[in-house]
Design a protein around this ligand. Structure first.
Ligand SMILES: C[S@@+](CC[C@H](N)C(=O)[O-])C[C@H]1O[C@@H](n2cnc3c(N)ncnc32)[C@H](O)[C@@H]1O
Length: 214
C-alpha cells in the first residue's frame, strides 16, 4: 500500500529491542502460515493502548496468542479476553501465554465467537474490542459485541484493506472475491455508522479505528 522504499525504511527501524520469544512467535507464524498482525499494524495498536489505557480488552481471533501477548506486555494494567475457535491454535496460544507468564492477565477462550451467548458472560464492558478473525464476518462480530463496548470505547478491526486488494477488487481471485466484497461492504457500513467515528489507516494490512460517539 505504501511505496516499497518507505516500507523498507520503516521496517529497518522496527523492533530492535524485541524479546526473542516474540521474534520466535513471528518466525513460527511465518513457517506455519498462521496469520498474525503485521508489525506496523501492531505499532498503531500499541500507540492506541498508550493513549487510551484500556482496562478491559476483548480480542476476537487469538490464533497463536501473538497480538494478545503483545497487547498484554504493552498494557500491563489491562485484562485481556481473547477468543479462538481453532483448537490447535488455541492450544499453541495457551502454551505461549504460559511461556510469557501472562495467565493472570490473558483469559483465552476456545469457542466460536459467533456464539456469543456461550462466552464472556462474566464481563459487562470492554474499553477496547479488537476484531481480527474471519474477515468476511467483521460486521457480525461488530454487531454481536458492541453492546459490551464501554460508552467511550473503541473497536479496532484489522486487515480492512487486505493486501491492498480491497481497493482494487478486480485483482481478487475467484476464491477471495466474496471475502473482499464483504470487507468492502463492512468498510462502507463502518464509515457510515452514525454511532461511531471511524478512520481507516493504510498501516500494516489496513486498520480501522472506530470510536463510539459519547
Ligand atoms: C488473523 S488470525 C488472528 C491473529 C491474531 N489476532 C494475532 O495478530 O496474533 C484470525 C484467527 O481467527 C480465528 N477465527 C476465525 N473465525 C473465528 C470465530 N468465529 N471465532 C473465533 N475465532 C475465529 C481463526 O481460527 C484465526 O486463528
Amino acid at each position: 500500500m505504501l511505496d516499497e522504499k518507505v516500507l523498507l525504511y520503516l521496517g529497518s527501524l522496527e523492533y530492535k529491542q524485541d524479546q526473542t520469544a516474540i521474534l520466535e512467535m513471528e518466525k513460527f507464524a511465518k513457517q506455519t502460515g498462521v496469520p498474525i498482525m503485521e508489525k506496523m499494524g501492531f505499532d498503531f495498536v500499541r500507540q492506541i493502548l498508550k493513549l487510551r489505557k484500556p482496562k478491559m480488552i476483548l480480542e476476537i481471533g487469538s490464533a497463536i496468542g501473538y497480538s494478545a501477548i503483545r497487547m498484554a506486555l504493552e498494557a500491563p494494567n489491562s485484562m485481556i479476553y481473547t477468543i479462538e475457535k481453532d483448537i490447535e491454535r488455541y492450544n499453541i496460544a495457551v502454551n505461549n501465554i504460559k511461556n510469557f507468564k501472562l495467565e493472570n492477565q490473558i483469559t483465552i477462550i476456545n469457542a466460536d465467537a459467533l456464539n456469543k451467548n456461550q462466552i464472556i458472560e462474566d464481563v459487562n464492558q470492554f474499553d477496547l474490542i479488537f476484531i481480527d478473525a474471519a474477515k468476511g464476518k467483521n460486521k457480525e462480530f461488530f454487531e454481536l459485541y458492541e453492546e459490551k463496548l464501554a460508552p467511550n470505547g473503541i473497536i479496532i478491526t484489522d486487515n480492512v484493506l487486505f493486501k491492498g486488494i480491497v481497493a482494487s477488487p478486480e485483482n481478487a481471485t475467484k476464491r477471495i472475491k466474496p471475502m473482499i466484497n464483504k470487507i468492502r461492504e463492512y468498510n462502507e457500513w463502518l464509515k457510515n455508522n452514525p454511532n461511531y467515528d471511524t478512520a481507516i489507516y493504510p498501516i500494516g494490512d489496513g486498520v480501522a479505528l472506530s470510536i463510539r460517539k459519547g
